[in-house]
Design a binder for this molecule. Sequence first.
Ligand SMILES: NC(=O)c1ccc[n+]([C@@H]2O[C@H](COP(=O)([O-])OP(=O)(O)OC[C@H]3O[C@@H](n4cnc5c(N)ncnc54)[C@H](O)[C@@H]3O)[C@@H](O)[C@H]2O)c1
Length: 424
Amino acid sequence: MSVNIAVVGTGYVGLTTGTCLAHLGNDVTCIDVDEAKVERLGRAEIPIFEPGLAELVAEGLSRGALRFTTDAPAAVAGRDVVLLCVPTPMSADGSADLTFVEAAVDGIREHLAPGAILVNKSTAPVGTVRQIEALVGREDVRVVSNPEFLREGSAVRDFLNPERVVIGADDGEAANRIAYLHHRLASPVVLTDPESAELSKYAANSFLATKLTFVNEMAAVADAVGADIDDVLLVLGLDHRVGQAFLSPGPGWGGSCLPKDTNALLKVAAAAGHDTSFLQAVWDANLRQVERVTAAVVEAAGPGGHVAALGLTFKAGTDDLRDSPAIDVLRRLVATGLQVRACDPTVDAGTAVLDGVEVVDDAYAAAKGADVVVVLTEWPEFADLDFAAVAASMSQLQVVDTRNLLSPGLLTHLGFRYRGTGRR
Ligand SMILES: NC(=O)c1ccc[n+]([C@@H]2O[C@H](COP(=O)([O-])OP(=O)(O)OC[C@H]3O[C@@H](n4cnc5c(N)ncnc54)[C@H](O)[C@@H]3O)[C@@H](O)[C@H]2O)c1
């Protein structure tokens, strides 16, 4: 049975969700306030880098099962289900900023059909469903939490093959109707109350942040005691209770979700009177990792030196630069007076990402005259570079490999001074 759905917000989550739900046989209208984006999407032009998404958008448009509009009132009228997929960025005080959620609800509440289910997919603090209920102010509309767990870079695959679907609702019938949207996906469905659903999303992201922090801490300890983090992590990951995923060091975790969600959980827990020293320690340790990486590059480059930065996005496989630790490190390098040239497979040469950073076509252009190459994002193509050609144009042969992506043996053989993260 096809369900009539409206999706508010066409970013990584909204566009993927709306497109996949149309692909699964539903009738979907996606709404955005960004007119230019809506116009492009109507022509099947995808503004983000997300494998498989363009094909599904084109398929949905051609079947008439998917459409895009800026007219929210008309788009939600008569719809059975309306999904909120708008941003919930970090406020200046670290808590989640719900302005976009409030504005989206304000723009549609009078136009929702009687019996409609309003679903919050945006990551939001415990209590947000209750706030939305109060904002909507209608007995005939039910509000449900359905946090999204997809990852950028594999959003379509993750949406269509979720590890779990979480539905937080007081009303069993509303919960079942949202569960039905996922009935063609083979995944466990967890039905719970709104508060537990909301907390589960924050807990998931904060756990991942904690795991990455632990790995970076162990890498620093390995550096200090002369152990090799690659071997240590191999041993850790072979324990199924730990698992091998998210066991790689880096310049600190970042991106559009982990920092804001970890901070928002801190605020939620503090507001509830909980001692947040554990989460605060995770946050502080991540900051120290960024500082450690920065210090290693500064030491290698020398005063006023030239840095070639490989990678700008917060991880490989995405074009998302929001809260990227790579950018954070570069900002600090520029502030110490270093000259920085950077490249990234998803960022065009000449793009203004940061004052004082010149974005060039590729690693070879970035390395010209550089005193040190720093690997900041784990794009696999960086491991396949011709390092003899890279070396030929550098002033000094030095590499700081924050992701432990490169081969120390090869680089040392070519004459580089190689510094990994916790590598012997
Ligand atoms: N990006 C991820 O990997 C990811 C994963 C899981 C959950 N989330 C959560 O999902 C939510 C959305 O994240 P995103 O990355 O998709 O955001 P995004 O910034 O990529 O997209 C949000 C879209 O919403 C639009 N928008 C803002 N206000 C609107 C309004 N009133 N009406 C209609 N459209 C409006 C914006 O123009 C934008 O196109 C956030 O709460 C985020 O934390 C994100």
